[in-house]
Design a protein around this ligand. Structure first.
Ligand code: NCD
Ligand code: ZN
Ligand code: ZN
Ligand code: ZN
Length: 342
């Protein structure tokens, strides 16, 4: 069976400055092994993608080294409106962090947030890391500035319900959930230890249930938040960074959900292809598709992982639904565990 090439609109490729965790070669190899033919990468790099120069250099490196299409968010430096204006002409979308997470500790005042928002092109999406109370701030921004706001990695019942209510009121809001928040709970976090540490944190079963309740309505996309860190970094007792890889497990997890009757195949394609392309306005890829065995069973991972970090919170999980082959612009780039892209 064929489905379109998937777009993951929330990944961390770690270029520049974190290439020991992931680089464009390893990250896009992991993408193809997971059925993703296009990525939209986050700006919380070292240095962050907050100047046109760094953004351009990084985009160029992705073009040279990547095995699939890679786009980049711009980051916002509120003290340099000129740079933000220039980035607004280059990047497909802006990313703002309202809560503390890896490499980000921003404290925007409401006034600064409004200034940033009004400098950004009116039609381009502002994606926001917002949890709990910050979700109200993000929704207020969409309402007061009438800008398209996308809320990243929604994880809790109260949060998805608040977003649902705001969308019903007609606000220009979209949102995504990650496979780890759909398939894991705090109980898994206890079992996984440092490997189960990410932002937002894994939640309760009632939160997971609420996300599945909204899978055919409020939720616009599935994005992996692929956030690789080395095992050595994760196991550091003092400063274990939050984040888990997700590119290679997302499709097979969602196919497993299809087999369990929790979601329809057409909806999977909307959440992982159609909607992210529409939201971010990215160009379609001609002659591009993924071949799957929709009901084949295996234990994850079927082949050695391609992500440089080399681990997954889903190791040893039974899956149903596997990827066979990926064709990008008419060329077979991945087939049965082997990369054939160049
Ligand atoms: C992400 C990372 O490692 O860059 N970590 C995470 O826990 N999700 C940052 C983020 O997306 O918040
Ligand atoms: Zn985040
Ligand atoms: Zn992220
Ligand atoms: Zn399409």
């Amino acid at each position: 069976m064929r489905i379109p090439g998937l777009l993951d609109a929330h990944v961390h490729m770690r270029v520049p400055g974190g290439e020991h965790k992931e680089d464009f070669r390893s990250g896009t190899a992991a993408a193809l092994a997971g059925g993703f033919t296009a990525l939209l990468a986050m700006p919380n790099t070292l240095p962050p993608l907050t100047t046109p120069d760094i953004w351009r250099q990084t985009q160029l490196r992705a073009r040279r080294q990547g095995l699939c299409d890679v786009y980049h968010f711009a980051g916002a430096d509120a003290d340099h409106p000129d740079q933000l204006l220039a980035l607004g002409r280059l990047a497909p979308a802006l990313k703002l962090y309202l809560d503390e997470t890896y490499n980000q500790a921003p404290r925007y005042t409401d006034a600064v947030l409004r200034r940033i928002t009004l400098l950004w092109p009116r039609h381009k999406v502002i994606a926001i890391h917002a949890e709990g109370e910050s979700i109200s701030t993000a929704i207020r921004l969409a309402a007061e500035c009438s800008r398209p706001v996308h809320i990243c990695h929604v994880s809790r019942k109260e949060d998805i319900e608040r977003i649902s209510a705001a969308k019903k009121n007609g606000l220009p809001l979209t949102c995504e959930v990650t496979p780890h928040h759909l398939f894991l709970t705090q109980a898994d976090a206890a079992r996984l230890g440092a490997l189960g540490n990410m932002r937002p944190r894994l939640a309760d079963q009632r939160d997971v249930d609420a996300l599945w309740t909204h899978i055919n309505s409020t939720i616009d996309c599935i994005a992996t938040d692929h956030a690789p860190h080395t095992l050595q970094e994760k196991n550091d007792p003092d400063k274990s960074p939050p984040g888990v890889p997700g590119l290679e497990s997302a499709l097979t997890l969602m196919l497993t959900a299809v087999n369990q009757g929790r979601i329809k195949m057409e909806r999977l394609v909307e959440l992982m292809h159609t909607n992210p392309y529409r939201i971010y306005g990215l160009p379609a890829q001609p002659d591009t598709w993924v071949e799957i065995d929709p009901t084949a069973r295996f234990t994850f991972p079927e082949y050695p992982l391609r992500t440089k970090c080399g681990w997954s919170p889903f190791s040893q999980m039974p899956m149903q639904g596997r990827l066979r082959k990926v064709v990008l612009r008419g060329k077979t780039v991945y087939a049965d565990g082997k990369l054939t892209a160049s």
